[in-house]
Write a protein that binds this ligand. Structure first.
Ligand code: ZN
Ligand code: ZN
Length: 127
């Protein structure tokens, strides 16, 4: 291990964030060397796994949202399918693929791509 030196001016006396005291005290310099603990601006994380960014409704990430068992833990505020207004969401073809299967995921992805409603009342369901 080498003696830690100021990342900015090379002074041997390190103070914080790898900077010497005088560099650290200089805001313009300090900002160039953010500490390791800066707040990450990743936005809210998935309510379920807390590890992925929310990119699906209900505050879930893609993976969790498409796991029916997980999704059921976080009911949507709006009753799905019914009462949708406007023509932005179309009804998809019902699928026989069971929830949780790759086939079903593929179909959901296609529905997303076509801006269709993700669920159809005649989609096959488990149990
Ligand atoms: Zn320095
Ligand atoms: Zn998740």
């Amino acid at each position: 291990m080498t003696e830690p030196t100021c990342k900015h001016c090379g002074a041997v006396r390190m103070y914080r964030r790898g900077l010497c005291r005088s560099c650290y005290a200089t805001p313009g310099v300090r900002e160039q060397y953010p500490s390791g603990r800066v707040k990450l601006n990743f936005g809210p994380m998935c309510r379920h796994c807390q590890r992925a960014k929310i990119n699906r409704p209900r505050g879930l990430c893609w993976c969790c949202y498409y796991r029916p068992d997980v999704r059921d833990l976080y009911p949507a505020a709006v009753v799905r399918g019914e009462g949708l207004q406007g023509d932005s969401v179309r009804d998809p073809e019902p699928t026989a693929a069971l929830p949780g299967t790759e086939e079903r995921l593929r179909i959901l992805a296609e529905r997303v791509a076509r801006k269709e409603s993700l669920f159809h009342s005649q989609d096959s369901r488990r149990g």
